[in-house]
Design a protein around this ligand. Sequence first.
Ligand code: M6R
Length: 632
Amino acid sequence: MCGIIGYVGAGVTRGAGEDADEETGGDRLAVGDVIHQGLRNLEYRGYDSAGVALVGETSGLTVAKRSGEVDGLTVPEVPDAAHGIGHTRWSTHGPPTDANAHPHTDCVGDVAVVHNGIVENHETLKAELSDHAFTSDTDTEVIPHLLEEELSGETEASAADDGGDAESDLLAAVQRVEDRLEGSYAICAVREGDDRIVVARRGSPLVLGRGEDASFVASDVTAFLEHTRDVTYLEDGDVAAIAPGSVDIFADGEPVEREIETVTWEANAAEKGGYDHYMRKEIHEQPEALRQTLAGRLDVDAGDVDLDVSFPPGFLADLEEIRIVACGTSYYAGRYAARLFEEYAGVRTTVEIASEYEFGAGRTPDRTLVVAVTQSGETADTLGAVRRANAAGARTFAVTNTLGSTVTREVDGTAFIRAGPEIGVAATKTFASQVATLAMLSVAVGRDRGALAAADARTVLEDLRGLPGAVQQVLDEEAAVREAAREYRDSEAFFFVGRALGVPVALEGALKLKEISYDHAEGFAAGELKHGPLALVTPDTPVLAVLTEGGRARETMNNVTEAQTRGAPALGCVTAGSEFDTLDVAFEVPDVGVVEPLVANVYLQLFAYHVANEKGRPIDKPRNLAKSVTVE
Ligand code: M6R
């Protein structure tokens, strides 16, 4: 998840209006300054590197970029710049170096591109561009080189469109290049000698800002809200050319009209994208985050995944045990994944709380894979477990969100979950992306070991492919969850139950609620209720249950009924179409097989959020907690 911005206009006056200095009318911001400020506003989307490309009538194209945070970037003074683009990066392909920073350019430096998303077929395209000089490890760089070919009339399509003329138009070139890209993307492109920014959107957000004599484009309105509140959200497949005060939008090559909306948020809500809290924003970012997690990794037809990870020859075939180590929410993601590793990879898998982990006697280090699951990559307890595993001689592997984090430097291999920065202390979107990444890893290991048939792998991968859409359907039901939260907010305690894949989700649901609402919440394996916790159940203790595919719903419902018999209200997440008529509240989960409990978790996140919000808790910074726990 990266942040992109484009601005075309003559610069803006900051502070103009009633309070402005009468003579100066406020500070004048040049084009580069407007873009730099926009990048600061977008930095929540990534901060691995930053860069700008400015276009002036006589100065041509000027690019400046470097690794590190936006404030570390020196934006060049280009007095005649009339438009430009900028980027702040959350690395997915290639480490956070200067060379991998955006914008990326073509061979001759006439075209510059910024991109958010993942070009899944970049390796194929790069092979087709073998006579071009590439300077980065990114997937993005194929785009300016493809544009270069189109603009020089080298492709058959561009020659036909131009009636054989050598030169082509940037808008037409972007439209043709878009047809060749697979994956999710939002792109902004500029070209020397062209006074427009051409943008395209598929799967990654892009919004236009419409001023009187200036136009903006960005991943999020936050980038330009101080300059205009009139916005147009582009739809998937849209391509647009923006110029000062004008916007032309095309779908399937034909001009289209898109609605202009006025943003009404207050300034302090802007950085949260109009949401009251980062946590709610991040809950709603899950479809986008999951698309990024999965992008380019699923080969459904072949029943395989490409996680870009490798193991020594024969290591997976001889594997005796997988041991997952993690803390908190990441530990629950590990609990979900352990069942998948056992089923798909055919390997005994244990999950251990990192602070409790010891390699232990009677195990075979060179036939053990220790998988550290950590969003931040900096959790001291998890790093301690990795160090103990390394010292014992085991092979270690990390699943993390954070490129360059400490864990990535201490393990033998890493898979990135690509969820984008998570600011709320309560982990939400990273849990979903962790489980999705681990599920892919379990399929990869299973296929490598010959433990999982291609047909069975295809079923799992189909379920994963349906995940972003299923999560969106749950998010669309938020009003019903808010209503339930209002009804039960003052309960004495909350119990969460599930079986099989529903257990880690129940545990995670309880953690989320206690963490941000400060209410007593406990998660149990549903079958355990009758072995003790049932003594706590009263009409004032709602039971929230995971009753989906993958969660042995019928048996779980029997346990829920036992609680209902003692007067407890029951709320359940149920597979769409299944009939559990006796529930007090039923939330429907779309049919996505093995990932249904993960989708159900989104209801539990929303429930926790709304209970805490009703109580006025400081949701993004709950008392006594920190986002990254770097002490043991
Ligand atoms: O960065 P990590 O994934 O290693 O963090 C582990 C836990 O500290 C973290 O998941 C914590 O439990 C969350 N705040 C829960 O929402």
